[in-house]
Design a protein around this ligand. Structure first.
Ligand code: NAD
Ligand code: TYD
Length: 337
């Protein structure tokens, strides 16, 4: 049985990935290392906590002695690094922790993967490293990196370190760069769950700027299958873009959420734009589709219905998150906007 260290496995995408692996790949043991920051939540994995192939360890990817210890103890064969500070707006307020986790944390994992001669290191990156697009064109794997926020700058730096470890010492790595994810267990600081939560509570839906920014949405399960395919099938040293070919204006997404929930469009409130807000992201996924035979299973309309239904069915999960600390966060970010 192969043992994979999945970092950040209690977050949004990481928990969906851990669940998928446990359910669909029974010959894999997952050691899930997560610091349980505000974004990490063991309730995301309540149904798999006692799975025989799942070991959860609370810890920080920057803590080299601890990571070495668990790598030795569980005889880790490969690392898939989801752990990160992931929210652009927070990075504009407090960038330091993004440098710490996203760059230094990745470096810590890279050193250990190299020292232990691991079979693979998969870095979960983002399309945001490419910067922003005009009205036409898509990001390919050859697009130069041009990150615009402290978040995307820290992710781009990590990508460069991963590449350098491959180039200099032969680390067998892959990098995936995915577009915006949505689906179950997403923390309601990100647009889709934030808008769902506000709509459910008849609170204003804060649309940044003119609402005509474009994101290319992918259902989280489809991101997970793409990462798996890269881990299992990709040549070392390759980079893959992952996207859903579902470009939408933010305003259209917000309107769709309101219409699904039977709430009025008068809840939409235009607020001050995010500084440096990237106008448009769009991903060309043809490389992963042709090399690895991956394709997304859901289009946006189906995925968003499933997602809204999931939040309706998991109001306890949502209410638990938005009580306490989240209220402070919301007040700081939105009250004078
Ligand atoms: P998330 O914020 O929901 O989860 C991040 C997880 O990492 C949390 O469980 C948190 O506790 C953990 N973590 C943070 N710092 C840590 C540390 N120092 N040590 C160990 N664990 C730590 O993020 P997400 O949306 O699930 O994103 C996961 C990864 O996917 C990130 O690397 C992100 O850059 C990338 N990504 C996200 C999206 C998206 O739309 N959300 C799109 C493309 C790529
Ligand atoms: P977000 O979910 O934060 O992802 P990212 O910035 O990484 O793409 O935001 C998605 C889009 O929604 C982005 O254009 C910013 C916008 N947005 C709002 O208009 N209002 C909000 O309250 C949030 C959180 C985001």
């Amino acid at each position: 049985m192969r043992t994979v260290l999945v970092t950040g496995g209690a977050g949004f995408i990481g928990s969906n990935f851990v669940r998928m692996v446990l359910q669909e790949h029974r010959d894999i043991r997952v050691v899930n290392l997560d610091k349980l920051t505000y974004a990490g939540n063991l309730e995301n994995l309540a149904d798999c906590r006692n799975h025989p192939n799942h070991i959860f360890v609370k810890g920080d990817i920057c803590d080299a002695p601890m990571v070495s210890e668990i790598v030795n103890k569980y005889q880790i064969d490969a690392i898939i690094n989801f752990a990160a500070e992931s929210h652009v707006d927070r990075s504009l307020v407090e960038p330091g922790v993004f440098i710490e986790t996203n760059i230094y944390g990745t470096l810590t994992l890279l050193k250990i993967a190299l020292e232990k001669k691991m079979e693979r290191f998969v870095q979960i990156s983002t399309d945001e490293v490419y910067g922003s697009l005009g009205p036409d064109g898509k990001f390919t794997e050859m697009t130069p990196l041009s990150p615009n926020s402290p978040y995307s700058a820290s992710k781009a730096a990590a990508d460069m370190l991963v590449r350098a470890f491959g180039h200099s010492w032969g680390l067998r790595y892959n990098i995936t760069r995915c577009s915006n994810n949505y689906g179950p267990y997403q923390f309601p600081e990100k647009m889709i769950p934030l808008m769902i939560n506000n709509a459910l509570n008849d609170k204003p839906l804060p649309v940044y700027g003119d609402g005509l920014h474009v994101r290319d949405w992918l259902y989280v399960y489809d991101h997970c299958t793409a990462v798996w395919d890269v881990f299992i099938k990709a040549q070392p040293g390759t980079i893959y873009n992952i996207g859903g070919n579902n470009e939408k204006h933010n305003l259209d997404v917000v309107r769709l959420i309101l219409s699904h929930l039977g709430k009025p469009e008068s809840l939409i409130t235009y607020v001050k734009d995010r500084p440096g807000h990237d106008r448009r992201y769009a991903i060309d996924s043809s490389k992963i589709m042709s090399d690895l035979n991956w394709k997304p299973s859901l289009q946006f309309e189906e995925g968003i219905s499933k997602t809204i239904q999931w939040y309706l069915d998991h109001k306890d999960w949502l209410n638990h998150i938005v009580s306490g600390q989240y209220q402070e966060y919301y007040k700081t970010m939105y009250s004078n906007r």
